[in-house]
Write a protein that binds this ligand. Structure first.
Ligand code: NAD
Length: 481
């Protein structure tokens, strides 16, 4: 079976590569020419453990290709996955422009029955919207075939093609407002189904997660599409992966419910940790005890500087917004969003409290990525904390094993170091901001000699407070001292 993946980012590239490894023929499409050229020359635009090897293996086997040519990929494929971005708008709602554009592009090139699978995280009703867009656009000729006879094309302001979906009125239609000489109705309608198949992989273990998922969620009203989806995921049946088969709206909400619940769990333990700081309790013991309760589970009970990344922050905000659109105020989730923002500020307060005044102080930061094993710095708490420290007049030196290249684009004026020890050298305090494994076994005696003041602030609770203090450090974690 031939598959096209539109959008070759974290999700699209991992999905495409892993499906190719399942034995399917996969074409990964992206509009970013640089990304596709890099992939075609053997490079990999993101870091994910084992991804590079898997790409090489499947490209070599002839099952995985990369292209910017969406039309060809759509025409040749039976199943088209959409894996483009759904970034947040200023009001927290999900921006669906990329999804709408891709749906429109797919519509132009439908040439037989196809299954369109949405893997992006999208508001409830988006599968229906994709269906509506494809239905309406697939009978229109492609804009490139517009006859540029100015006498027969009415000015853009004068009207909108009656069959243009309201969501796409405006810029998409202005260049090809049709009368007799403009875009024409071609009248051919091919059947298709839209499936919602949200993705639950975690950056930093994306290949493993895709190939060993806790669940596969398939939202569809079509038996025909369901059979094709089951065929695609057949290798996962063999390892007894549970499948949740439901309607598209439920599948869409499942994704937001999972991410928002995890964001809530993290925020809850962060607030317990903040309380521990006030009352002198130890959050590690509390997490352990809570995790031993079978109803709670030990995962996502690690306190820290607040959740970040490309998913939890935007998905929690988007779900608040979705609820509002349906006339419901999601009070607990709104509180989570506020508490998570405050968590970063509380970390800066912690640093300020230990250093007295930040002005002119040099702070060494270990970790820029929003979590370990990724180069992704989107909504990273470390980056937000650095920005606040700079605002308070501090100087920042930092080190991250993978994320410095990305960080330099948004924080060009801080000092990037070779390693952990270079970061400690001459700093007034050392702060662990990301839980990289290599930060877990630092030579603390060496660090102490390199620091101006022996202040060690462990925002990921990687160290045992008593052991660090025994070496003569002033130590503070999150919810434990
Ligand atoms: P990304 O920004 O890394 O990748 C999106 C890609 O789509 C980019 O390479 C972009 O160039 C491409 N693109 C946009 N418009 C296009 C078009 N018209 N034609 C071809 N390519 C186009 O995004 P991501 O992190 O992979 O996330 C994709 C979706 O998956 C989002 O909805 C996200 O919420 C969801 N998701 C992400 C993760 C994650 O960990 N990153 C996990 C689960 C779900």
């Amino acid at each position: 079976m031939r598959i096209a993946i539109i959008g070759t980012g974290y999700v699209g590239l991992v999905t495409g590569t892993c499906l190719a490894d399942f034995g399917l023929s996969v074409t990964c499409v992206d509009q970013d020419e640089q990304k596709i050229n890099l992939l075609n020359s053997g490079g990999v635009p993101i870091y994910e453990p084992n991804l590079e090897d898997l790409i090489q293996k499947n490209v070599f086997a002839g099952r995985l290709t990369f292209t910017t040519a969406l039309e060809k990929a759509v025409k040749e494929s039976k199943v088209i996955f959409i894996a483009v971005g759904t970034p947040p708008n200023d009001d927290g709602s999900a921006d669906l422009k990329q999804i709408e554009t891709v749906a429109q592009q797919i519509a132009y090139h439908l040439n037989e029955y196809k299954v369109i699978v949405n893997k992006s995280t999208v508001p409830i009703g988006t599968a229906a919207k994709i269906k509506e867009i494809i239905n309406e656009y697939q009978t229109l000729s492609h804009p490139s075939s517009v006859i540029s006879d100015s006498s027969s094309v009415i000015p853009a302001k004068a009207g909108i093609h009656p069959s243009s979906p309201s969501s796409l009125r405006g810029e998409h239609t202005q260049n090809f407002l049709p009368l007799q000489g403009g875009r024409i109705k071609v009248g051919v309608k091919h059947p298709f189904d839209v499936v919602s198949n949200p993705e639950f992989l975690r950056e930093g273990s994306a290949v493993y997660d895709f190939t060993h998922p806790d669940k596969i969620v398939i939202g569809t009203d079509s038996d025909r599409a369901l059979k094709i989806m089951q065929e695609i995921y057949r290798p996962l049946y063999l390892i007894n992966t549970p499948f949740v088969i439901t309607n598209p709206e439920t599948a869409e909400l499942i994704k937001y419910a999972c991410n928002s619940f995890l964001a809530t769990k993290i925020t809850f333990i962060n607030e317990i940790a903040n309380l521990c700081d006030k009352v002198g309790a130890d959050v590690h013991q509390i997490s352990k005890a809570m995790g031993l309760d079978g109803r709670i589970s030990p995962k996502f009970l690690h306190p820290g500087p607040g959740y970040g990344g490309s998913c939890f922050p935007k998905d929690a905000r988007a779900l608040c917004h979705i609820a509002e659109n349906f006339g419901y105020e999601f009070k607990s989730l709104k509180a989570v969003v506020l508490a998570n923002n405050r968590q970063r500020e509380m970390m800066v307060e912690k640093i300020t409290h230990l250093l007295k005044d930040l002005k002119g102080k040099t702070i060494g930061i270990l970790g820029l990525a929003f979590k370990q094993n990724t180069d992704d710095i989107r909504e990273s708490s470390s980056i937000d904390i650095i920005k606040m420290l700079l605002q308070e007049g501090a100087k920042v030196k930092c080190f991250d094993p993978l994320a410095m290249k990305n960080a330099k684009k948004i924080l060009p004026d801080i000092t990037y170091c070779e390693n952990e020890y270079d970061t400690a050298l001459g700093s007034d305090a050392l702060i662990i901001a990301t839980e990289w494994n290599q930060f877990r076994n630092l030579d603390l005696n060496k660090i102490k000699k390199l620091l101006k003041n022996p202040i060690f602030i462990d925002l990921r609770n990687l160290y045992e407070p008593s052991q660090v203090k025994a070496l003569g450090f002033i130590y503070e974690g999150v919810g434990r001292r």
